[in-house]
Design a protein around this ligand. Structure first.
Ligand code: ADP
Ligand code: MG
Length: 323
């Protein structure tokens, strides 16, 4: 590439634009000439109103969706416009980037309900073809690091919200990625669990090298960033001084949005923003028993999967209750 690119920054984004088409064919400019540079090992937090393009920015950085125009480099990976992408990037390199260089953490944990904590952490390692023994050892170590050594055989329904999110953090770190993208990771947690997740990030930082982009509405969470940036109308508008961040009040708008019931299969993949979600050809169903308030409850689940990023979606279809 040319001398314009400063390799000193780990992430470099120049004049990034992303245009979506609404259902009524009206163009929506989700990102507008966005510029951003992030140093290696930096934690950058981004705050901004709902709809300002935060999730869109993370999907571009994750190499999951491509920008309409502009330039993105993450380390040695050039994630640019679709034309550039097909020239620079073989699709194998692209898959390698998504699977090994980036870890995602979402507001809703996205764990598979039928797998144990250990198996959930193993899933990204299976996709990255890590041999069984190495994989099991790595998954165990990670669950220890997130403080869940005694929960490895529990399935998500047997874990608390905070514990589930810690499994999700372990899953994101499975392939030892150099970039962690966290989209409202504490949006569904109470303040005590949010604090624990923040402490966990800082603890993981001491032992691992990674750069992190953390989107949040919670000023307390934002305060863990080396820098706190304000995003509005599809672009980074500036830095919010740390002293100011601490005096802000949290907005709960994003949490309210996420608790809305989605149609099944979902229209868009919450993980990557693509709309190519498929139901398996022969409908796979699977169920599990759980217990709540002294009642045994049976959930039968339907599954769907995103073609782009492999995210699995599930929804209970039949629910039986035995008192
Ligand atoms: P934020 O994460 O800040 O709430 P998003 O990045 O999700 O914002 O969305 C930015 C804008 O782009 C919003 O107007 C949203 O409705 C729109 N948008 C996001 N994803 C899609 C999509 N797949 N198709 C159409 N419009 C989208
Ligand atoms: Mg969002």
């Amino acid at each position: 590439m040319n001398g314009r690119i400063k390799l000193s920054s780990f992430i470099e984004i120049k004049d990034l634009n992303k245009q979506y088409m609404s259902a009524a064919e009206v163009p929506i400019l989700a990102l507008r000439n966005l510029n951003l540079e992030v140093a290696e090992n930096e934690i950058v937090t981004i705050m901004g109103p709902s709809g300002c393009g935060k999730t869109t920015l993370l999907t571009m950085l994750g190499g999951i969706a491509s920008p309409t125009s502009g330039f993105i480099r993450v380390g040695n990976y050039y994630l640019t416009s679709p034309e550039m992408m097909s020239r620079i990037f073989s699709s194998a390199t692209h898959t390698e980037y998504r699977q090994k260089s980036v870890g995602f953490i979402f507001q809703l944990h996205n764990l598979s309900p039928i797998h144990t904590a250990l198996e959930n952490v193993e899933l990204p390692l299976i996709f990255a073809s890590v041999p069984r023994e190495v994989r099991k050892k790595r998954a165990k170590e990670l669950l220890e690091q997130v403080g869940l050594a005694n929960r490895i055989t529990h399935r998500p329904d047997a874990l608390s919200g905070g514990e589930r999110q810690r499994v999700a953090v372990a899953t994101a770190f499975a392939n030892n990625p150099s970039l962690i993208l966290a989209d409202e990771p504490t949006g569904e947690l109470d303040s005590e669990n949010s604090r624990m997740i923040c402490e966990l990030f800082l603890e993981l930082k001491k032992r691992n090298n990674f750069t992190m982009i953390l989107v949040t509405h919670d000023p307390k969470v934002a305060a863990i960033g080396d820098r706190v940036l304000e995003m509005r109308d599809g672009a980074i508008r500036g830095e919010i001084p740390k002293e100011t961040v601490r005096t802000l009040t949290p907005s709960s708008q994003e949490s309210k949005e996420s608790s809305r019931q989605f149609p099944f299969p979902p229209k868009f993949c919450g993980a990557c923003g693509s709309n190519s979600i498929i139901l398996p050809k022969t409908e796979t169903r699977s169920g599990f028993w759980t217990e709540a308030s002294g009642k045994r409850i049976y959930y039968e689940l339907r599954f769907a999967q995103c073609v782009q990023c492999g995210q699995v979606f599930w929804q209970p279809t039949n629910i039986d209750i035995e008192s």
